[in-house]
Design a binder for this molecule. Sequence first.
Ligand SMILES: Nc1nc2c(c(=O)[nH]1)N[C@H]1C(S)=C(S)[C@@H](COP(=O)(O)O)O[C@H]1N2
Ligand SMILES: [Mo]
Length: 254
Amino acid sequence: MSYISRRKWIGSGLAVTAGIGGASLAAPIADRYGLIPPDGGGLFGPGETLTYAAHRLVTRNSLAREFSTARISNSPYPNGRPPKDEIFKLHQASSFADWKLDVGGMVEHPTSFSLSELKSFPSRSQITQLACEEGWSYVAEWTGVPLAHVLNLVGLSPKAKYVVYASLPIRNATWDSIDIDEALHPQTLISYGMNGNLLPIPFGGPLRLRVPRQLGYKSVKYITSLTITDSLKGFGKGLGSADAEAGYSWYAGI
Ligand SMILES: Nc1nc2c(c(=O)[nH]1)N[C@H]1C(S)=C(S)[C@@H](COP(=O)(O)O)O[C@H]1N2
Ligand SMILES: [Mo]
Protein backbone atom coordinates (compact mmCIF):
# COMPACT_ATOMS: atom_id res chain seq x y z
CA MET A 1 0.00 0.00 0.00
CA SER A 2 2.96 2.28 0.60
CA TYR A 3 3.38 3.03 -3.10
CA ILE A 4 -0.07 4.56 -3.37
CA SER A 5 -0.20 8.03 -1.86
CA ARG A 6 -2.79 9.08 0.66
CA ARG A 7 -4.14 11.63 -1.82
CA LYS A 8 -4.81 8.88 -4.32
CA TRP A 9 -6.70 6.85 -1.72
CA ILE A 10 -8.82 9.85 -0.91
CA GLY A 11 -9.42 10.42 -4.62
CA SER A 12 -10.45 6.79 -5.12
CA GLY A 13 -12.67 7.08 -2.07
CA LEU A 14 -14.38 10.05 -3.72
CA ALA A 15 -15.03 8.04 -6.87
CA VAL A 16 -16.39 5.08 -4.91
CA THR A 17 -18.59 7.37 -2.82
CA ALA A 18 -20.00 8.86 -6.02
CA GLY A 19 -20.65 5.41 -7.44
CA ILE A 20 -22.63 4.29 -4.44
CA GLY A 21 -24.48 7.35 -3.29
CA GLY A 22 -24.42 9.90 -6.10
CA ALA A 23 -22.03 12.77 -6.60
CA SER A 24 -23.57 14.89 -3.83
CA LEU A 25 -21.91 12.75 -1.17
CA ALA A 26 -18.52 13.84 -2.49
CA ALA A 27 -19.09 17.46 -1.53
CA PRO A 28 -18.23 17.19 2.19
CA ILE A 29 -14.93 15.47 1.35
CA ALA A 30 -14.12 18.00 -1.37
CA ASP A 31 -14.99 20.85 1.00
CA ARG A 32 -12.52 19.56 3.59
CA TYR A 33 -9.76 19.91 0.97
CA GLY A 34 -10.93 23.33 -0.28
CA LEU A 35 -11.98 21.74 -3.57
CA ILE A 36 -15.48 23.07 -4.20
CA PRO A 37 -15.36 24.78 -7.63
CA PRO A 38 -17.03 28.20 -8.12
CA ASP A 39 -19.84 26.54 -10.09
CA GLY A 40 -20.27 23.86 -7.41
CA GLY A 41 -23.82 24.99 -6.59
CA GLY A 42 -27.06 24.33 -8.46
CA LEU A 43 -28.31 21.36 -10.42
CA PHE A 44 -24.98 20.34 -11.92
CA GLY A 45 -22.90 21.41 -8.91
CA PRO A 46 -22.35 17.95 -7.39
CA GLY A 47 -21.00 16.59 -10.68
CA GLU A 48 -18.73 19.62 -11.12
CA THR A 49 -17.44 19.19 -7.58
CA LEU A 50 -16.76 15.49 -8.06
CA THR A 51 -14.87 15.96 -11.32
CA TYR A 52 -12.78 18.84 -10.02
CA ALA A 53 -12.00 17.34 -6.60
CA ALA A 54 -11.16 13.90 -8.01
CA HIS A 55 -8.83 15.40 -10.65
CA ARG A 56 -7.09 17.60 -8.12
CA LEU A 57 -6.62 14.81 -5.58
CA VAL A 58 -5.49 12.16 -8.05
CA THR A 59 -3.84 13.81 -11.05
CA ARG A 60 -2.80 17.19 -9.72
CA ASN A 61 0.70 17.15 -11.17
CA SER A 62 0.02 15.21 -14.36
CA LEU A 63 1.28 16.58 -17.65
CA ALA A 64 -0.74 17.30 -20.78
CA ARG A 65 0.45 15.03 -23.57
CA GLU A 66 3.22 16.56 -25.69
CA PHE A 67 3.65 15.52 -29.33
CA SER A 68 6.49 15.27 -31.83
CA THR A 69 6.88 17.96 -34.50
CA ALA A 70 5.52 15.48 -37.07
CA ARG A 71 2.14 15.71 -35.38
CA ILE A 72 1.77 19.50 -35.71
CA SER A 73 -1.45 20.20 -37.65
CA ASN A 74 -0.97 21.57 -41.17
CA SER A 75 -3.97 23.86 -41.01
CA PRO A 76 -4.90 24.64 -37.42
CA TYR A 77 -8.37 26.10 -37.07
CA PRO A 78 -8.74 29.57 -35.59
CA ASN A 79 -12.10 29.75 -33.87
CA GLY A 80 -13.35 33.26 -34.51
CA ARG A 81 -12.26 36.19 -36.64
CA PRO A 82 -9.42 38.60 -35.91
CA PRO A 83 -10.69 41.53 -33.84
CA LYS A 84 -11.92 44.44 -35.96
CA ASP A 85 -12.22 46.87 -33.06
CA GLU A 86 -10.51 50.22 -33.48
CA ILE A 87 -8.52 49.84 -30.26
CA PHE A 88 -7.15 46.50 -31.42
CA LYS A 89 -6.26 47.88 -34.87
CA LEU A 90 -4.30 50.68 -33.21
CA HIS A 91 -2.29 48.13 -31.23
CA GLN A 92 -1.76 46.11 -34.38
CA ALA A 93 -0.56 49.17 -36.32
CA SER A 94 2.18 49.73 -33.76
CA SER A 95 3.17 46.04 -33.73
CA PHE A 96 1.69 45.79 -30.22
CA ALA A 97 4.49 47.98 -28.79
CA ASP A 98 2.12 49.32 -26.12
CA TRP A 99 0.38 46.03 -25.30
CA LYS A 100 0.51 45.48 -21.55
CA LEU A 101 -0.25 42.61 -19.24
CA ASP A 102 -1.38 44.03 -15.90
CA VAL A 103 -0.81 41.67 -13.00
CA GLY A 104 -2.51 42.62 -9.76
CA GLY A 105 -4.71 41.57 -6.89
CA MET A 106 -3.24 39.46 -4.09
CA VAL A 107 0.43 40.00 -4.96
CA GLU A 108 3.27 41.88 -3.29
CA HIS A 109 4.24 43.90 -6.36
CA PRO A 110 1.43 44.66 -8.84
CA THR A 111 3.21 45.05 -12.19
CA SER A 112 2.39 45.98 -15.75
CA PHE A 113 4.54 43.92 -18.14
CA SER A 114 5.25 44.87 -21.73
CA LEU A 115 5.48 42.22 -24.43
CA SER A 116 9.23 42.68 -24.72
CA GLU A 117 9.64 42.17 -20.98
CA LEU A 118 7.60 38.97 -21.14
CA LYS A 119 9.69 37.78 -24.08
CA SER A 120 12.91 38.42 -22.14
CA PHE A 121 11.90 35.92 -19.44
CA PRO A 122 12.84 32.21 -19.62
CA SER A 123 10.63 30.61 -22.25
CA ARG A 124 9.15 27.20 -22.77
CA SER A 125 7.95 25.60 -26.01
CA GLN A 126 5.61 22.65 -26.09
CA ILE A 127 3.61 20.81 -28.74
CA THR A 128 0.14 20.18 -27.36
CA GLN A 129 -3.42 19.71 -28.52
CA LEU A 130 -6.05 22.41 -28.30
CA ALA A 131 -9.46 20.73 -27.98
CA CYS A 132 -12.69 22.70 -28.29
CA GLU A 133 -15.76 21.59 -26.36
CA GLU A 134 -17.53 21.41 -29.74
CA GLY A 135 -15.44 18.40 -30.74
CA TRP A 136 -12.66 19.62 -33.02
CA SER A 137 -8.98 19.94 -32.14
CA TYR A 138 -5.55 20.70 -33.54
CA VAL A 139 -1.94 20.25 -32.47
CA ALA A 140 0.52 23.14 -32.42
CA GLU A 141 3.69 24.27 -30.75
CA TRP A 142 3.20 27.09 -28.29
CA THR A 143 5.98 29.23 -26.91
CA GLY A 144 5.75 31.52 -23.94
CA VAL A 145 6.78 32.29 -20.40
CA PRO A 146 5.41 29.92 -17.78
CA LEU A 147 2.70 31.73 -15.82
CA ALA A 148 4.45 30.41 -12.67
CA HIS A 149 7.52 32.50 -13.50
CA VAL A 150 5.52 35.72 -13.65
CA LEU A 151 3.56 34.86 -10.50
CA ASN A 152 6.82 34.25 -8.65
CA LEU A 153 8.17 37.61 -9.85
CA VAL A 154 5.20 39.58 -8.51
CA GLY A 155 5.11 37.66 -5.23
CA LEU A 156 1.96 35.61 -4.78
CA SER A 157 0.17 36.01 -1.48
CA PRO A 158 0.04 32.70 0.41
CA LYS A 159 -3.75 33.21 0.49
CA ALA A 160 -4.06 33.27 -3.32
CA LYS A 161 -6.41 30.60 -4.68
CA TYR A 162 -7.24 31.65 -8.26
CA VAL A 163 -5.89 33.59 -11.21
CA VAL A 164 -8.54 35.47 -13.20
CA TYR A 165 -7.55 36.48 -16.74
CA ALA A 166 -9.29 38.68 -19.28
CA SER A 167 -9.03 39.87 -22.87
CA LEU A 168 -8.70 43.45 -23.99
CA PRO A 169 -12.30 44.77 -23.98
CA ILE A 170 -13.13 44.00 -27.62
CA ARG A 171 -16.09 42.40 -29.37
CA ASN A 172 -14.96 38.82 -28.70
CA ALA A 173 -13.48 39.52 -25.29
CA THR A 174 -13.88 36.88 -22.64
CA TRP A 175 -12.60 36.09 -19.18
CA ASP A 176 -11.87 32.96 -17.24
CA SER A 177 -9.98 31.73 -14.19
CA ILE A 178 -7.91 28.78 -13.02
CA ASP A 179 -6.88 27.58 -9.60
CA ILE A 180 -3.36 28.04 -8.27
CA ASP A 181 -2.41 24.41 -9.05
CA GLU A 182 -3.16 25.04 -12.72
CA ALA A 183 -1.53 28.48 -12.63
CA LEU A 184 1.74 27.13 -11.21
CA HIS A 185 1.75 24.07 -13.46
CA PRO A 186 4.84 24.13 -15.73
CA GLN A 187 2.78 23.74 -18.94
CA THR A 188 0.54 26.74 -18.29
CA LEU A 189 2.02 29.48 -20.47
CA ILE A 190 1.59 33.15 -21.18
CA SER A 191 2.03 32.45 -24.85
CA TYR A 192 3.33 34.77 -27.58
CA GLY A 193 4.61 32.25 -30.14
CA MET A 194 3.08 29.50 -32.25
CA ASN A 195 4.83 27.00 -34.54
CA GLY A 196 8.06 29.00 -34.44
CA ASN A 197 6.52 32.38 -35.32
CA LEU A 198 4.89 35.18 -33.39
CA LEU A 199 1.43 34.08 -32.26
CA PRO A 200 -0.84 34.96 -35.23
CA ILE A 201 -3.68 37.35 -34.46
CA PRO A 202 -6.48 34.84 -35.27
CA PHE A 203 -4.95 32.51 -32.68
CA GLY A 204 -4.82 35.16 -29.98
CA GLY A 205 -1.77 37.25 -30.80
CA PRO A 206 -0.06 39.05 -29.35
CA LEU A 207 -0.79 37.27 -26.05
CA ARG A 208 -2.84 34.30 -25.01
CA LEU A 209 -3.02 32.18 -21.89
CA ARG A 210 -2.38 28.60 -22.93
CA VAL A 211 -3.83 26.03 -20.50
CA PRO A 212 -3.16 22.68 -22.22
CA ARG A 213 -4.61 20.47 -19.47
CA GLN A 214 -8.07 21.95 -20.01
CA LEU A 215 -10.48 22.48 -22.94
CA GLY A 216 -9.83 25.22 -25.49
CA TYR A 217 -12.12 27.81 -23.96
CA LYS A 218 -9.77 28.14 -20.97
CA SER A 219 -7.05 29.37 -23.39
CA VAL A 220 -8.24 32.98 -23.59
CA LYS A 221 -6.90 35.11 -26.46
CA TYR A 222 -5.80 38.79 -26.44
CA ILE A 223 -5.16 38.85 -22.70
CA THR A 224 -4.30 42.11 -20.95
CA SER A 225 -4.87 41.33 -17.29
CA LEU A 226 -4.26 38.77 -14.58
CA THR A 227 -5.92 39.23 -11.21
CA ILE A 228 -4.92 37.04 -8.29
CA THR A 229 -7.64 36.41 -5.74
CA ASP A 230 -8.73 34.13 -2.91
CA SER A 231 -12.38 34.15 -4.03
CA LEU A 232 -14.23 34.30 -7.34
CA LYS A 233 -17.37 35.75 -5.77
CA GLY A 234 -16.57 39.32 -6.81
CA PHE A 235 -16.11 38.46 -10.50
CA GLY A 236 -19.19 38.51 -12.74
CA LYS A 237 -21.83 36.17 -11.35
CA GLY A 238 -19.30 34.42 -9.14
CA LEU A 239 -19.06 31.27 -11.26
CA GLY A 240 -15.43 31.87 -12.23
CA SER A 241 -15.75 32.49 -15.97
CA ALA A 242 -17.86 33.79 -18.82
CA ASP A 243 -18.18 30.20 -20.06
CA ALA A 244 -19.45 28.98 -16.69
CA GLU A 245 -22.06 31.75 -16.83
CA ALA A 246 -23.05 30.39 -20.26
CA GLY A 247 -23.54 26.90 -18.84
CA TYR A 248 -20.15 25.26 -19.42
CA SER A 249 -18.01 23.74 -16.69
CA TRP A 250 -15.60 26.09 -14.93
CA TYR A 251 -13.15 23.21 -14.51
CA ALA A 252 -12.57 21.75 -17.97
CA GLY A 253 -9.78 19.25 -17.29
CA ILE A 254 -9.07 16.72 -20.03
N1 LIG B 1 -10.77 36.23 -26.48
C1 LIG B 1 -11.26 35.02 -26.81
N2 LIG B 1 -10.56 33.90 -26.49
C2 LIG B 1 -11.05 32.66 -26.81
C3 LIG B 1 -12.30 32.53 -27.43
C4 LIG B 1 -13.02 33.72 -27.73
O1 LIG B 1 -14.13 33.69 -28.29
N3 LIG B 1 -12.48 34.94 -27.42
N4 LIG B 1 -12.79 31.27 -27.74
C5 LIG B 1 -12.27 30.14 -26.94
C6 LIG B 1 -12.65 28.83 -27.45
S1 LIG B 1 -14.25 28.34 -27.20
C7 LIG B 1 -11.74 27.98 -28.02
S2 LIG B 1 -12.16 26.39 -28.44
C8 LIG B 1 -10.37 28.43 -28.34
C9 LIG B 1 -10.08 28.24 -29.82
O2 LIG B 1 -8.74 28.46 -30.10
P1 LIG B 1 -8.24 28.68 -31.57
O3 LIG B 1 -8.83 29.95 -32.09
O4 LIG B 1 -6.76 28.70 -31.48
O5 LIG B 1 -8.74 27.52 -32.38
O6 LIG B 1 -10.14 29.78 -28.00
C10 LIG B 1 -10.75 30.22 -26.80
N5 LIG B 1 -10.30 31.56 -26.51
MO1 LIG C 1 -14.33 26.15 -27.89
